[in-house]
Design a protein around this ligand. Sequence first.
Ligand SMILES: [Zn+2]
Length: 473
Amino acid sequence: MTAPQEHLPVAIAGSGAARASRSLPDPYTPGHGSAEYEVSRYELYLDYRVSSNRLSGHAAITARSNVNLGTVTLNLAGLRVSKVQVDGQRAVRFSQRGNLLFITPARPLPAGTEFNLDIRYSGAPGPLRGNWGEVGWEELTDGVLVAGQPTGAPSWFPCNDHPSQKASFGFTITTEANYRVVCNGVLVSRHAKASRETWVFEQSEPMATYLATVQIGRYDLRPIALQHHSPSHRAEVRDDGGPRLVPQYVAAPPALMVPAAAALNRQEQMMETFQTCFGPYPFAGYTVVVADDDLEIPLEAQSLSVFGPNHLTQQWEDQRLIAHELAHQWFGNSLTVTTWADIWLQEGFACYAEWIWSEASGSATAAARARSAWRGLSVQPQDLVVGDPSPELMFDDRVYKRGALALHALRQAAGDELFFTVLRTWTHSYRYGGVTTADLVVTANGICAGLPGFNAGTILAPWLYQTALPPLP
Ligand SMILES: [Zn+2]
């Protein structure tokens, strides 16, 4: 199957509402997300008992209607809503059917109206089963992990669940006092009262619902990396507009702190390399959480990543994952797909970042990694369209590797200087926003306009929209 190349350079930009209506409904995640309204803010107050897996939640949501809105439809799964207010009014009908919450205000909300939802809910949260195994809220042996990609967010809060629908978040989480809570963004305050402790986090940069997370465990928190710099060097790095010094932390069980710090001992260099290649790190800080339970794969969330104790070696297979998850802060978290079909814009970039780090760290060059990935792909079935891989195969390794090869092809055509200018312009122009493949084509063609015959659409199309593997670039 071959998608015509004319699909590529379509119009970009437009209002959020226009983008939402183009992105939704998303055939990859039917039933998730609504184009009828946009959320600008989720304020989540959660009271949680680790011992009994009991969650009592209050979501205060600020939104705006895109249409004349008689009923507001949200995603919420496995939790029971007890009370709803719209703009402080109690005369509101609501019902739950399947994994949807329907809220009908006393009067319809005309298009363009700002409104507030207050939703009280509770239950025993658990992961949701889907095409991608279990996603969402998950109990650990002694704590909690939330892995929301792609449709796990409704397992713990009511939301407009689609990556095109980004909003700021506040988290106020109360749980047993002997646990540490890590959420997205910045820890604003914590206070203990008797045997309970409350943690407040602010995630001010817009965030997709699937990237929202809460991690609870018997974790210590330690800064990493900063000690490698003298204060004078720090000032120098900041003033010359070069890589910004980013506060980095590791949250881990005390017994895992030493192996965790050892595994992450080059992460600060990764951060510098990636800021040089991709532009400034987009968030206030970066925390690596190491859970006490082994994990199949590490997971990215906005401003943090989660690893298992089984990912903590100096071997390339682990080091590449540390680079991969860090790179998602630019590609996936700051710049987020507006439809899941474009998942290569996240996974292909994060995979290419592994190769960039490999070369920068003195291991195999990016070209060598590309060659070896190409050889691997050449003996696999060539029946996948990377630019629209189907919901079942959106996390197939071929999307990652071939997506990275598509970028390598772009680099070969543009040359290093223009290629990295494209990447930095890309992350700057679409910072905290939504992106499509067409946006990338327009950005690359703009930067490379002086190169005779250069056309990013023509370069990318065989990698993204044909099944047959193109020759190694
Ligand atoms: Zn990834």
